[in-house]
Design a protein around this ligand. Structure first.
Ligand SMILES: Nc1ncnc2c1ncn2[C@@H]1O[C@H](COP(=O)(O)OP(=O)(O)OP(=O)(O)O)[C@@H](O)[C@H]1O
Ligand SMILES: [Mg+2]
Length: 304
């Protein structure tokens, strides 16, 4: 709907594309020469699904690299802004991906520092006339050289014309232009709210040429995220625990709870299970290495 001309719309989880994308990713690229790409892909591989994010990161790398080669050969640079819009429900990986992009942009000399500043409405909008512009400008200054990630960006449009949110948007756009060489701004939020926000601010979509959609994870992806989270913490789900989690998620997603928090929900379940397991082991007096790693179905406090 609110797509500016030339804006790229990427929808993740396109399962049928997974195979083709994987093939394309390694196909014939000399990773010795492109170690930056190899390293970032390694980090992205830690993330379950998100195939189209993985694809666009490669696209951004290729484009920056070729632009550099063109410059070295005396050709015109094709520099484009890298500001982005991330649309997705909570816990779909937006913050995780934005942090990774910061790293990539430093290595590619797009950003000088690559630090990550996460902000929300209250960090930009002030309470009296003149306050907002200063607040927003200060934030932009802090973010210079890195990524300014504005979560629930649509809330800047709250309150209508008289609200200072509009002033924040105008100051932000001005700052993006002033520091376009060394700042990447990402606006993030729920899909429907972001669409509405962009429709109220027709000047914005063209300033954010990259739009990435983060759909909700499937049950399989959520279970894989859980398995990965326990593996990282040196635990393991028993088959029964995995099954219990799977059925619980299936039921939960069927009910389509409105603001289901995807990866964040899984992380909470796992952290709770780890605490529950600790108490169980204390009661059972079992401290052998195997048992210390196992999350059993009764450790999963779900379904209530
Ligand atoms: N694809 C994935 N693979 C593995 N872990 C994931 C994935 N996506 C999200 N997670 C995990 O889920 C949690 C939430 O992710 P993240 O904070 O990036 O989501 P978000 O979209 O920024 O959420 P919010 O909108 O609530 O800020 C983190 O612990 C993250 O590591
Ligand atoms: Mg986040």
């Amino acid at each position: 709907m609110n797509k500016a001309k030339g804006q790229i719309n990427i929808v993740l989880n396109a399962k049928t594309m997974n195979h083709a994308i994987k093939e394309e990713r390694s196909d014939g690229i000399n990773f010795e020469q492109h170690s930056i790409l190899r390293d970032i892909q390694k980090e992205l591989d830690q993330l379950i699904g998100l195939e189209n994010v993985k694809k666009i990161v490669k696209e951004i790398y290729a484009w920056l690299y070729i632009d550099k080669m063109r410059k070295e050969n005396g050709l015109k640079s094709n520099k484009q802004a890298l500001h982005m819009i991330f649309k997705g429900n909570p816990g779909t990986g937006k913050t995780t991906v934005a942090r990774l992009l910061g790293k990539l942009f430093v290595q590619m000399n797009v950003l000088s520092k690559g630090h990550f500043i996460e902000a929300e409405r209250a960090d930009l909008v002030g309470e009296y006339i003149g306050h907002t512009a200063n607040k927003t400008r200060d934030l932009i200054k802090k973010a210079r050289g890195g990524i300014l990630f504005i979560d629930e960006a649509y809330s800047l449009a709250r309150g209508g014309e008289k609200d200072f949110g509009k002033e924040a948007i105008d100051t932000l756009v001005k700052g993006m232009e002033d520091y376009c060489e060394d700042l990447v701004v990402i606006l993030a939020g729920y899909p429907a709210e972001m669409d509405y926000f962009l429709s109220l601010n027709p000047g914005l979509p063209s300033r954010f040429p990259l739009m990435i959609e983060f759909p909700d994870y499937t049950v399989d992806e959520l279970v894989n995220i859980a398995k990965q989270m326990v593996r990282e913490r040196e635990y393991e789900l028993t088959k029964e625990a995995e099954r219990k989690l799977y059925y619980h998620l299936e039921e939960l997603l069927e009910r389509r709870e409105k603001k289901f928090s995807n990866g964040r929900y899984i992380r909470n379940v796992i952290e709770k299970a780890i605490r529950k397991q600790a108490v169980r082991l204390l009661h059972e007096g079992r401290y052998d290495k195997k048992e210390l790693t196992l999350i059993r179905d009764r450790d999963l406090v779900i379904g209530s």
